[in-house]
Design a protein around this ligand. Structure first.
Ligand SMILES: O=c1nc[nH]c2c1ncn2[C@H]1C[C@H](O)[C@@H](COP(=O)(O)OP(=O)(O)OP(=O)(O)O)O1
Ligand SMILES: [Mg+2]
Length: 223
């Protein structure tokens, strides 16, 4: 019988090389699972751990996003005591100097997608981009690695052919090259172009790199 170990009540066979994806957002988990199933990163197996991690506050922009994801990752690896994956997602409006950026979650909670649309309604520039900053640590004390994915698009009113699918701000974000928001795309269509899929693509390449190469500590991949 294969040996197992337990993390947060989840069991993992030692020969499986489990990576614990720590997020309080079940919708992220659905997307990550679907993308990684297609990519087949065996012998790694990604297992969801439901913890809503605290998030740093800091400046807008790339440095802030990397710091937030890195801090989440360090906290997750300490709490879980094993290899962990976390991500932080931001939605930025150039017309507002990059806001809401990493604070998008609190903007949605406070003013909803309607309120987000109204922030840009009278602006000539309704462009936006979403960014997923994915962070992996091979265990407590190991320096996290960062993988960034970005998708550009524009903000539209929430009632515009949203299709009722998706989550978060999916109903108001139309990716470039498409006529409808993320919410109107199938999971497969969203996963072909999303910020999350683009960050995961870099993580998958990292998992599949030839073994035996030493990894420079603390390197931020494409950050
Ligand atoms: O693909 C997406 N499409 C639409 N909305 C999205 C997406 N991905 C995240 N979101 C929302 C969730 C949250 O309101 C905010 C990001 O905040 P963020 O801190 O990264 O997520 P979270 O707190 O829900 O989960 P976690 O426990 O992983 O931090 O944007
Ligand atoms: Mg969060």
């Amino acid at each position: 019988m294969a040996l197992t170990f337990f993390v947060e009540g989840l069991s993992c066979r030692v020969d499986e090389r489990c990576i614990f994806f720590v997020t309080g957002n079940a919708r992220k988990e659905v997307e990550v699972n679907a993308i990684l199933r297609e990519a087949n990163i065996a012998p790694f197996r990604v297992v969801h751990v439901d913890i809503d991690l605290p998030e740093l506050q800091g400046p807008l922009g790339d440095r802030g996003a990397l710091d937030i994801a890195r801090a989440k990752c360090l906290e997750a690896s300490e709490r879980v005591g094993a290899a962990v994956l976390v991500e932080d997602t931001s939605l930025s409006f150039p017309a507002l100097g990059g806001l809401p950026g990493p604070y998008i979650k609190w903007f949605i909670d406070a003013i909803g997608n309607d309120g987000l649309w109204r922030l840009l309604e009278t602006s000539d520039d309704r462009s936006a981009f979403c960014q997923c900053t994915l962070c992996y640590s091979s265990g407590p004390g190991a320096e996290p690695l960062l993988f960034v994915g970005r998708t550009d698009g524009a903000i539209v009113p929430p009632h515009a052919s949203s299709g009722g699918g998706g989550f978060g701000w999916d109903a108001i974000f139309v990716p470039d090259g498409h006529e409808v928001p993320f919410a109107a795309l199938s999971l497969k269509e969203k996963n072909a172009i999303s910020h999350r899929a683009r960050a995961l693509e870099k993580f998958v390449a990292h998992c599949k790199r030839p073994l035996g190469l030493s990894e420079p500590p603390g390197r931020a991949e494409d950050a």
